[in-house]
Design a protein around this ligand. Sequence first.
Ligand SMILES: Cc1cc2nc3c(=O)[nH]c(=O)nc-3n(C[C@H](O)[C@H](O)[C@H](O)COP(=O)(O)O)c2cc1C
Length: 169
Amino acid sequence: MSKHPTSQRLADFLPYQLSIAPCRACDGCFKTGRCVVKDPMQELYPRLEACDHLVVASPLYFTSVPGHLKVLIDRFQCYWARRTLLDDPPQPRRSGMFLCIGAMDRRRYYESTLTLVKTWMMELNMACAVTRFYPGLDDRQDVQTRADYLQDARQAGIELIRSARQEKA
Ligand SMILES: Cc1cc2nc3c(=O)[nH]c(=O)nc-3n(C[C@H](O)[C@H](O)[C@H](O)COP(=O)(O)O)c2cc1C
């Protein structure tokens, strides 16, 4: 998540470990583009604004992302305010990737979730450049039996970096 050209730093976070309050549609962000709710999001906003790429890895829960992640995404309403009301989206334009797993092989569930993730990334001024759906994963250990999925996920990461380099070239 670094802007430093010679080092590649990865930082991750798990939304369920953070105590993030839901957006309450108070419109407190409309004038400043800043969320007025003081919770762990205040540390997360600058991190997501500074990163070069965002990788979202999520299971499908009822054809969407798990609740903790959805609560986090809703808190980007202040970035919607920045983009649409204040004409101040984060800069520069960047790119992200969505890796999604599910028990069932129902592409339409994944596709509706992809729309949600793309909409979130749009507020961060990011293109969702690479996406993958890995069905048939239900038990915790399932992914360990799918060397093909793990290999493909690594390949997806390479595609993300390549596509960003091509955009810059
Ligand atoms: C609350 C809940 C809702 C789920 N909804 C879906 C679903 O809509 N489509 C699907 O393919 N799998 C669904 N699943 C299965 C999960 O995507 C699958 O078990 C996944 O491996 C869970 O990953 P996790 O252990 O990291 O939470 C659901 C699982 C849970 C617990």
